[in-house]
Design a protein around this ligand. Structure first.
Ligand code: PPS
Length: 306
């Protein structure tokens, strides 16, 4: 893998009013026409809000007992296809045949029921069949400051995203919505508004999950109509603790060559409040001021500490 030639970093462009890169729009016709099934569960997030955490929880809840071999042989990105992705998933050596799968192909090939599907699309770009089929959707949101920090480190290590540049410029770009998948502010508020009309949307906060994973697991189960035993719930909770997932090669993205976990691990810190190690006082004040303006018309509330 060390000598593998990496593709050049992609450029951002405007896609229906949202900053995007070609990896997530090249397959657009298939994404737009994707046929959701009524029991599909969509895991929707702005990038770096806790997608993998919730994906792993759902995977364990549904398939942890019936398909234990998944836990050792199938990375999370194959269990929970990334709908809009056109990334080339290259199996580790010695498999000489790189397989190319778009998210829609992977989802179409899934034999599980329900299918768990991941998306980072802002609500207005989600394929209409998910709404027509009245699918359950779990949306995870994370406070903007920690989200920006996590995204910055991810963009440093992920060759498939634009070069992040220095932190100060990056933060400005975050505030301007010039990020892959667009504005954090539009994303979290757009999904929050949709929750008011789509009853099968469960809106979860990363901070709540860190504060009390057991409670959030109970809420998730109740939304999904699942009633696992207390023992089973504890097993799931143990399997999705940060340190456990960080060591788990099926969950930690260490098998994807375009992500250089030596630059920054995918499972980086898993904390609320790491923004304090990155923002200067001036940056924090300016960010808060701007935040108030951008979020003045919404009722969604975030915590930057727990
Ligand atoms: S992605 O690329 O958008 O799918 O990334 P995503 O999974 O949404 O977000 C990655 C961040 O989530 C943290 N993470 C966790 N935190 C706490 N507990 C668990 N189990 C967990 N799993 C993943 C991960 O460490 C990233 O956050 P940072 O702040 O960078 O550590």
């Amino acid at each position: 893998m060390e000598n593998m030639e990496l593709p050049p970093r992609p450029k951002l462009f405007d896609f229906h009013g949202v900053s995007m890169i070609h990896h997530f729009t090249d397959n657009w016709e298939n994404i737009r026409n994707f046929q959701a099934r009524p029991d599909d569960i969509l895991i929707a997030t702005y990038p770096k809000a806790g997608t993998t955490w919730v994906s792993y929880i759902l995977d364990l809840l549904y398939f942890g007992q019936t398909a234990p071999e998944r836990q050792t042989s199938l990375p999370i990105y194959e269990r929970v296809p990334f709908l809009e992705s056109d990334f080339h998933i290259i199996p580790p050596e010695p498999d000489p045949h790189p397989s190319v799968h778009t998210g829609t192909e992977l989802a179409d090939k899934l034999s599980t029921s329900p299918r768990l599907i991941k998306t980072h699309l802002p609500v207005q770009l989600v394929p209409k069949s998910f709404w027509e089929q009245n699918c359950r959707i779990v949306y995870v949101a994370r406070n903007a400051k920690d989200n920006a920090v996590s995204y910055f480190h991810f963009d440093r290590m992920n060759q498939a995203h634009p070069e992040p540049g220095d932190w100060n410029n990056y933060l400005q770009r975050f505030m301007d919505g010039k990020m892959v998948f667009g504005s954090w502010y539009d994303h979290v508020t757009g999904w929050w508004e949709r929750k008011q009309t789509h009853s099968k949307l469960h809106y979860v906060f990363y901070e709540d999950m860190v504060e009390d994973t057991r409670r959030e697991l109970d809420r998730l189960c109740s939304f999904l109509g699942l009633s696992p035993s207390a023992e089973e719930k504890e097993r799931v909770r143990g399997g999705v603790q940060f340190d456990t997932m960080k060591k788990n090669s099926m969950a930690n993205y260490s098998t994807i060559p375009i992500m250089d976990i030596k630059i920054s691990p995918f499972m980086r810190k898993g904390k609320v409040g790491d923004w304090k190690n990155h923002f200067t006082v001036a940056q924090s004040e300016q960010f808060d001021e701007d935040f108030k303006k951008k979020m003045k018309n919404t009722t969604v509330q975030f915590r930057t500490v727990v």
